[in-house]
Design a protein around this ligand. Structure first.
Ligand SMILES: Nc1ncnc2c1ncn2[C@@H]1O[C@H](COP(=O)(O)OP(=O)(O)OP(=O)(O)O)[C@@H](O)[C@H]1O
Length: 332
């Protein structure tokens, strides 16, 4: 009978989607965590004393991220202070379920609670009562992801400020990043193509006017395959919600996802190959002029235009005007 390729003792429990090796459950869990640790160390993501907000949606990626980071911190003593930060976009039957999962992860028994402080920030409280349910009732489903993305980015900044966080970590995985590379390539959006693989997004006007992250964001799962994240969650019996958002079934990203899955079936390394291609293009970024940072004249949030993107959208909602902004090619 064959043995695990790593320990050469136990029988294999799975074939790693990432490299095709046969590994036992324990070696898989160990190497998955070790690879995230290597990503953290080689990119110098954490400094001792840092306050790190884990953007927790209650889905598989951010749930796995929270568990892996907590374990790695216990093992390697990064010396950082973790907390969970959740945004309630106001989507009944979707976000309320996933927030319940985050609350269980944060500290309620019986499922392996992490005991981390949790901050929940809602779109309704920040954006004049505009929950996503109300936005969709008002403008319909077309373009609604634009509102959600812009509002959530600002809500994460504001939540991070409440937590006095130095860094936000998100659960974006290798598949997410490869999809974004493909979408930006298909749209010929060279500016976004050259920066969408960055593991850390600094305060740099990275998404254009009115879209400036205040607290740097990073993606420790950047090289983790989605399939392996699902396996990790399964083996560790993590508590997460697997449903998709009810408002995004028609997003253009879905086409890139289907294409990527086909490529992965033909050649599993395709996901990492696409990320590496995107990284190779980042040198083209040199010389790009970044917008000057100021503050929004309406809400006072950091913005590179006079009125920030969120306030512009709230204004459009208040006057029932539907914007012609494309949402899918933005880094999420
Ligand atoms: N409502 C939210 N509150 C806090 N963080 C969020 C929220 N929505 C998304 N995020 C963060 O952005 C990342 C990517 O979000 P996306 O919408 O692509 O979800 P996803 O790929 O399904 O991830 P997950 O499985 O964690 O939900 C998430 O992993 C999480 O870190």
């Amino acid at each position: 009978m064959s043995k695990c390729h790593l320990c050469h003792e136990r029988p294999p429990a799975l074939k790693r989607p990432k490299d095709g090796s046969f590994v036992c459950k324990q070696c898989f869990l160990d190497i998955f965590e070790e690879e995230v640790h290597q990503t953290i160390v080689s990119n110098k993501l954490f400094r001792p004393g840092m306050r790190v907000a884990i953007a927790a949606s209650g889905g598989k990626d951010s749930t796995v991220l929270a568990h892996v980071l907590t374990r790695l911190d216990a093992r390697h003593q990064y010396g950082v202070h973790f907390s969970l930060l959740s945004i309630d976009e106001g989507i009944a039957g979707y976000r309320d379920d996933s927030l319940a999962a985050v609350r269980r992860t944060a500290g309620l028994p019986p499922l392996d609670p992490l005991g981390l402080p949790l901050e929940v920030v809602s779109h309704a409280e920040l954006f004049a009562g505009w929950t996503m349910d109300r936005v969709v009732q008002t403008i319909g489903q077309k373009g609604n992801c634009t509102y959600c993305g812009v509002f959530r980015r600002q809500a994460l900044d504001r939540g991070a400020a409440r937590l006095r966080a130095d860094l936000i970590v998100t659960g974006h995985n290798a598949d997410d990043i490869a999809e974004t590379v493909l979408m930006n390539l298909l749209r010929g959006d060279i500016a976004r193509l050259t920066r969408c693989t960055a593991i850390v997004t600094h305060t740099s006007g990275s998404d254009g006017p009115g879209d400036v992250p205040v607290v740097p964001r990073c993606k420790p799962l950047k090289y983790a395959y989605e399939k392996e994240i699902v396996m990790y969650a399964f083996f560790r019996r993590l508590d997460y919600v697997a449903t998709d958002c009810v408002y995004s079934p028609h997003a253009y990203r879905g086409h890139a996802r289907v294409f990527l899955k086909q490529l992965e079936t033909a050649r599993p390394s395709a996901i990492l190959d696409i990320i590496h291609s995107g990284e190779a293009l980042t040198t083209a970024r040199q010389g790009t002029r970044l917008p000057t940072q100021g503050v929004c004249s309406v809400c006072g949030h950091v913005s590179s235009s006079r009125v920030c993107a969120a306030c512009q959208l709230v204004d459009r909602l208040n006057t029932f005007e539907i914007p012609a902004v494309m949402d899918d090619a933005m880094p999420r």
